[in-house]
Structures are given as C-alpha cells and as structure tokens.
Write a protein that binds this ligand. Structure first.
Ligand code: SF4
Ligand code: SF4
Length: 73
C-alpha cells in the first residue's frame, strides 16, 4: 500500500467521485480525502463512491469514507 500523492491530477480524478457523492461536504476546494485527510465539516454517512475510484484501487487503500475517517495511510 502506497500513500496517495496530494497532487492536482489526483484531486481532479477524486472530484469525479467525491463531488457527486451525497456525503460530500460541498466545501469549495475540499477533496482527495484519502491523501489530505478528513473534511473540516464531515457529514453523516450517505454513501461513498471511493470503492469505485481508480486511486483507491491503485494504492490498495483499505476502507472508505475518508472524508470522515481520515486518510488512507
Ligand atoms: S479514494 Fe475517495 S477520496 Fe480518494 S481520490 Fe478516490 S474518491 Fe477521492
Ligand atoms: S470520501 Fe467517500 S464518502 Fe467522502 S465524499 Fe468522497 S466518495 Fe463520498
């Protein structure tokens, strides 16, 4: 398992999954929680798209809901 790099490229990929997610905080600029850590204003769990995300699979990240639980280490 490799740490997810905090890059603009990864953020852009993340937004394809986190942005439409019902759990997303909707705080401008927030995202890539698996690298940057949890949201400043986490919401209740209403579903998580991380399981479908290429970045999660590539880094063999365990779990989901990184916006609530913190980064994939
Ligand atoms: S695993 Fe989740 S938080 Fe990480 S880039 Fe993918 S959608 Fe975003
Ligand atoms: S980390 Fe998961 S639950 Fe949180 S906004 Fe992204 S896809 Fe949704």
């Amino acid at each position: 398992m490799a740490k997810v790099e905090n890059t603009q490229e990864n953020f852009d990929i993340c937004m394809e999954y986190c942005k439409p997610c019902l759990t997303y905080s909707d705080i401008e600029g927030e995202g890539l929680f698996c690298a940057r850590g949890k949201s400043k204003s986490p919401r209740d769990k209403k579903g998580c798209n991380c399981g479908a995300c290429f970045i999660q699979r590539k880094h063999e990240c365990k779990g989901i809901y990184y916006c609530i639980t913190g980064p994939c280490e």
